[in-house]
Design a protein around this ligand. Structure first.
Ligand SMILES: [Zn+2]
Ligand SMILES: [Zn+2]
Length: 170
């Protein structure tokens, strides 16, 4: 969904949309939606700037960092964004101003891409590191066996060398 700024009545407006997971998947190479994403918010124009406030709610799945099994996590994010058109950004006066405020994004001056806003908010909301459980044993780097479901014969590399010597006696 795009919000065309010229369609805003009196320089402001509300928006709301429900995205099906397939509309946005994959959000990136490690994150995808498992439930519809609802987004709603307000847009306000002020001179050459656009302010967007809103809320995104959905559920996403991420791969466990160790065993790559999908883990589901809720996403519940409030956002407050500020945009400035590309041509304004290039004029030095504004560039100086925006350098101090790194939260400002540059856009084409005509429309806001709500798909991109939702994707960005989902990525900000999910943890950068994800484990399916605290003590996930991960995947054996030798044979690829998921060590949570069973041991493999390469597991000997984990054994303390002092015990490995005893094992050879058997
Ligand atoms: Zn895991
Ligand atoms: Zn193995």
């Amino acid at each position: 969904m795009r919000i065309e700024l010229e369609n805003l009545q009196g320089g402001k407006g509300d928006f709301a949309h429900v995205y099906q997971p397939d509309d946005l998947n994959p959000v990136d190479e490690r994150v995808s939606l498992t439930q519809p994403a609802t987004v709603s918010g307000k847009v306000r124009l002020a001179g050459n700037e656009v302010f967007v406030n809103g809320h995104v709610e959905t559920r996403a799945k991420i791969e466990c960092d160790r065993c790559l099994r999908p883990v589901e996590t809720p996403v519940n994010a409030d956002f407050s964004l500020e945009y400035i058109s590309g041509s304004e950004y290039e004029s030095s006066e504004v560039a100086e101003l925006t350098e101090a405020e790194m939260s400002v994004s540059v856009f084409d001056g005509e429309a806001l891409d709500v798909d991109e806003i939702v994707k960005e908010q989902v990525l900000l909301a999910v943890p950068t590191r994800m484990l399916c459980r605290e003590d996930c044993k991960g995947i054996c780097p030798e044979c690829g066996t998921d060590r949570n479901t069973g041991d493999c014969s390469c597991a000997t590399s984990d054994i303390d060398p002092r015990w490995a010597a005893l094992k050879n006696l058997k």
